[in-house]
Ligand binder design. Structure first.
Ligand code: GAR
Length: 211
């Protein structure tokens, strides 16, 4: 059995927190070598904070500052201070609706992972399931990727495909994508914690997640 210490992570999210719940449950039930030290949200009323507190995991609302799509300088310093204080080694974004740039991303370069509700590089940005419906694709899905300076552009670690069905609405399609996310994300974060995934530039080995 692997006796290396668990990977100390923080989960950042802005909303419902279903990916966080799936990860927290997988850590417990599958004994993943992960220690969720901290949850941070930029939204004070986000359910993700309630889910974390319910599980006795430290949870902070840290105001994002004056910008709409990113953290301002003071906010970024506050996020970094909280991450440092909790001894965080790796950041898991779970519906965090702000772009990370600047010192935070530099400090955690290669150690921030995100889940996005499309098969990247198709449909980056907001409401990816709606973009997929509007475009008329027959297959979409979700992607787990490392975060770089771009918007949903970092190296892809794993993807899961979901068919778009006749009669799908934005709600029904998003729900099926999220079901796949809740399955895929804990598997990939577990593989990262066990150091099973190798990353060379854009190319990654060790986990595909495809079905
Ligand atoms: C997830 O569907 C995730 O893919 C998406 O936000 C949702 C969060 O749900 N993220 C993005 O769109 C990022 N570009 P959750 O709060 O229930 O985990």
């Amino acid at each position: 059995m692997d006796q290396s210490p668990p990977l100390r992570i923080a989960v950042l999210g802005s909303g419902r927190g279903s990916n966080f719940v799936a990860l927290a449950e997988a850590v417990r039930s599958r004994a993943l070598p992960i220690d969720i030290r901290l949850v941070i949200s930029d939204v004070e009323s986000a359910p993700i904070l309630i889910h974390a507190r319910y599980r006795d995991i430290q949870a902070h609302f840290i105001p994002p500052g004056g910008f709409r799509t990113k953290l301002d300088e003071a906010a970024e310093a506050a996020y970094l201070a909280a991450l440092d204080e909790a001894g965080v080694e790796f950041i898991v974004l779970a519906g965090f609706m702000r772009i990370l740039k600047g010192p935070l991303l530099h400090r955690f370069a290669g150690r921030v992972v995100n889940i996005h509700p499309s098969l990247l590089p198709a449909f980056p940005g907001l409401n990816a399931w709606q973009q997929a419906l509007d475009y008329g694709v027959k297959v979409t899905g979700c992607t787990v990727h490392l975060v770089d300076e771009g918007v949903d552009t970092g190296p892809i670690l794993a993807q899961r495909a979901i068919p778009v069905l006749d009669g799908d609405t934005a709600i029904s399609l998003h729900e099926r994508i999220q079901m796949a996310e809740r399955d895929l994300y804990p598997e990939v974060v577990g593989a990262l914690a066990r150091k099973e995934i190798q990353v060379r530039g854009r190319l990654t080995r060790g986990f595909s997640g495809g079905r």
